[in-house]
Structures are given as C-alpha cells and as structure tokens.
Design a protein. Structure first.
Length: 113
C-alpha cells in the first residue's frame, strides 16, 4: 500500500511558476513509477508526466518531473503557466508493468489570465 499526499497548488498569474510536491508513505517508494495527472472542469483526467524508479522521465509539455527517494517525494515543476493549465493535479504510483493504482487526493492549480 502507498498513500500519496499532494501539496503546492494555488492561484498564480499566467506566466508564473509553481512546484507541486507529492509525499508518499511506505518503504518501497523508490521502486514505484510515479506520475502526475490533471483534470480540468468538464474534461477527462489526462497524463502530465511520469518518472521511473531509475529517474527516466516522460513529460507532456512545459513541465519537469523529478523525485527524491530519500524523502519519498516526487515533484512537478510547472513553468510559464497558462490559464489552460488550470486543473486539479493528482499524484499517482504504480508498479512496473501495471496500471496506476495508488492516487492522491489532488491539489488545485488555478492560473489567472
């Protein structure tokens, strides 16, 4: 079992930056693939970024994902934010070869124009 808690969301002006954090419980954090997803009002949840246990990453767009296994934390650095980035951002974890099965409660990001 992995429990995930996101933080760092908030209101920011267009062009600004935010860094989201996701703190994970459990002793096997370093073995999980960690991801960020987002869901805007009236839209389906979409993939944002993913980072493997070894640090290899896949990112959609202008964001950067990183992890600190010593702190059981994964980060999402979001730069040059746009109003269309407004959404609830979710952290998720999965075992290699499986679908994401552990999810955080989400953190709201609102970008004003």
């Amino acid at each position: 079992q992995v429990q995930l808690v996101e933080s760092g969301g908030g209101l920011v002006q267009a062009g600004g930056s935010l860094r989201l954090s996701c703190a994970a419980s459990g002793r096997t954090f370093s073995s999980y693939v960690m991801g960020w997803f987002r869901q805007a009002p009236g839209k389906e949840r979409e993939f944002v970024a993913e980072i493997s246990a070894s640090g290899g990453s896949s990112v959609k767009g202008r964001f950067t994902i990183s992890r600190d296994n010593a702190k059981n934390t994964v980060y999402l650095q979001m730069n040059i934010l746009k109003p269309e980035d407004t959404a609830v951002y979710y952290c998720a974890a999965r075992v290699i070869g499986r679908h994401y099965e552990y999810w955080g409660q989400g953190t709201q990001v609102t970008v004003s124009s």
